[in-house]
Design a protein around this ligand. Structure first.
Ligand code: ATP
Length: 562
């Protein structure tokens, strides 16, 4: 498929306001694709790589502006691109406004269309861009991107710019893509949803739906080495749990960082490669050599485990969540950090053991299997204790003990429930006595004044609208932040600034803040329709990406349940 043809269809999709029509147009786009179908499906979502992959383009907005400026000719500078961006508010519109090198040449010769870019060519160039690393890699990335932009028509440039920055803004969320796959290849929603859950790859699922139908989709399974989304919890109480299920499986809610551990099968029945993923499915293996070693020593079979790693003090007692984060994304001085912060693994679920996928098995069976994956004796240390009980007093005592021992609270799980990746449903309930917090995406900020003029001071926060894959504002936070934190936050956010006007900056969604609040109120001021009363900064959730931030729907539910 020509990239121009892709861009034209996407332009039509962007202009479409109706949900059903949007699904039909996306389905028609998928139907028109040939071997490049998986790429088309990813591009529509603003992705080059499937969700399970940790690979990123690793190119910030300013390098993208430089590439656009170069392609636009000698009279255009990156500053000019930024000035237009401040004016027009969106990089796609800015890119579309230039005439790029080859187009200018063609116009001069008065010739017809050039040999157009194809979707596959764009994909392979962007993959080469992602591969560039080491010294000089940033220049190489700009060169590659410049090479693409100079071949682009204005419409192609609009979507290339947005694709590179990971935001298509065409009103197509994950649900729309799923429905379009169902529609294009005539498959039931449940079959496609299950396939998406286990593979985490919309492109692959679309291709299998087209080529092998329902039987092919049903045969897709979890694969060791491909992380899946974590199952999540809602707030709830023991009374609700017993009411719904009769009996509850209670576990400690460890205050650490979520890990999904993938252990490959090795040669001669030994273990192969071990990889650890964060709850965003980022590969954090390199930062956690001690956890890898522990797993290598204590696990007997290939498997996929779900659990939490917690920082502990010399006596083995849990330390606050912030300590784990010091270890998590570490790229340098890893050995020193291993010495400084001791981690302990608490595995609480098993998604696959040996060649057997366990997602649809009941929780209690998965827990039994989890224990057998560890060597004799090791399970006691590594596997989270599970208390099965139908007695409210026993559950209350379990919770009191957990809090007494310094844990965050308890989890209550439906003993008969399947593992449902990415689901924040009714089968896992979390119970913790602390204040309410929400996880929000930083989408803007304001420079401070006086002593704080060189720091970003007030942060604009947004929630996610999954259906349109966009962000909607919900408030600002300026309280709860020390001067030292302001400096750190400025350093963290500055590279993501996309536009600036006076004191105010726009920020590409990339950083998630945990924010405490007293109440959620309806409000006409913000695009979400809600505002936080007394918002207070709690922490940067480095373990979360914008995709994990609260959605508009969840804010609505929280507001209702107050
Ligand atoms: P929170 O901010 O409360 O940790 P969250 O948004 O990170 O919530 P939730 O799904 O709301 O995630 O809460 C579940 C989280 O609690 C899991 O993601 C996991 O990291 C952690 N956790 C700790 N102990 C357990 C356990 N025994 N079972 C499941 N999750 C656990």
């Amino acid at each position: 498929m020509e990239f121009e043809a892709f861009a034209k269809r996407v332009d039509g999709i962007e202009a479409e306001a109706g949900d059903i029509e949007t699904i039909q147009e996306v389905a028609a786009l998928f139907g028109a694709a040939d071997a490049e179908l998986p790429v088309v499906v990813r591009f529509v979502q603003g992705r080059v790589f499937p969700a399970w992959s940790s690979t990123t383009l690793d190119i910030g907005p300013s390098l993208c502006y430089t590439a656009i400026a170069r392609a636009a000719g000698p009279n255009v500078s990156a500053d000019d691109v930024e000035a237009r961006l401040a004016d027009q508010g969106e990089i796609g519109a800015v890119a579309e406004g230039y005439e790029f090198g080859d187009q200018q040449g063609l116009a001069a010769f008065g010739s017809g269309a050039a040999e157009g870019l194809t979707v596959d060519e764009v994909d392979s160039e962007l993959r080469a861009l992602a591969d560039a690393d080491g010294s000089g890699s940033q220049d190489r990335k700009v060169d590659l991107l410049f090479g693409l932009f100079r071949q682009c028509s204005p419409l192609e440039a609009r979507y290339l710019a947005r694709l590179v920055l990971g935001e298509m803004r065409i009103g197509v969320g994950e649900g729309t893509v799923r429905d379009a796959i169902c529609e294009a290849f005539d498959q039931p929603t449940e079959t496609v949803s299950r396939a998406l859950q286990v593979t985490n790859d919309y492109g692959e699922v679309a291709a299998v739906a087209r080529e092998e139908g329902a039987a092919g989709l049903d045969s897709l399974e979890l694969e060791v080495g491909r992380p899946v989304q974590s199952m999540l919890a809602q707030a709830g109480t023991a009374a609700e749990a017993l009411d719904s299920w009769g009996e509850a499986a209670a576990e400690i809610k460890f205050d650490g960082a979520r890990v999904q551990i993938h252990v490959q099968e090795g040669e001669e029945s030994g273990l192969g490669e071990i990889s650890i993923y964060s709850r965003n499915m980022d590969d954090v293996t390199a930062a956690l050599p001690d956890v890898v070693e522990f797993v290598r020593q204590s696990v007997t079979d290939s498997c996929i485990l779900d659990g939490e790693v917690v920082a502990v003090d010399d006596a083995g007692d849990p330390l606050a969540f912030q300590h784990v984060l010091r270890r998590f994304r570490r790229k340098h001085d890893i050995e020193r950090m291993v010495e400084e912060v001791t981690l302990r693994l608490h595995a609480f679920d098993c998604l696959r053991a040996g060649s057997e996928g366990l997602l649809t098995k009941p929780l209690v069976d998965r827990h039994d299997r989890l224990e057998t994956v560890f060597k004799n004796g090791e399970a006691d240390e590594a596997v989270a204790e599970l208390l099965l009980s139908d007695d409210p007093d026993e559950l209350a005592a379990f919770e009191a003990d957990a809090l007494e021992a310094g844990h965050e609270g308890i989890m209550l799980k439906n003993p008969q429930s399947a593992y449902s990746p990415g689901d924040r449903g009714q089968n896992w309930l979390k119970r913790k006595p602390d204040v309410e917090t929400v996880d929000l995406v930083v989408t803007g900020a304001e420079w401070g004044e006086g002593r704080r003029a060189s720091f970003l001071g007030t942060f604009l926060l947004s929630v996610r609208d999954p259906e349109t894959a966009s962000y909607r504002t919900i408030g600002k936070v300026a309280t709860g932040i020390t001067d030292e934190q302001l400096a750190e936050l400025t350093e963290l956010l500055e590279p993501h600034i996309t536009a600036e006007s006076g004191q105010t900056v726009e920020i590409q969604p990339s950083v998630v803040f945990e924010v405490g609040y007293e109440e959620i109120q309806p409000s006409p001021t913000y695009a979400s329709g809600y505002a936080l009363r007394f918002p207070r900064f709690v922490a940067v959730r480095e373990d979360k990406s914008p995709a994990d931030a609260e959605t508009v729907g969840r804010i609505e539910r929280l507001a209702e349940s107050q």
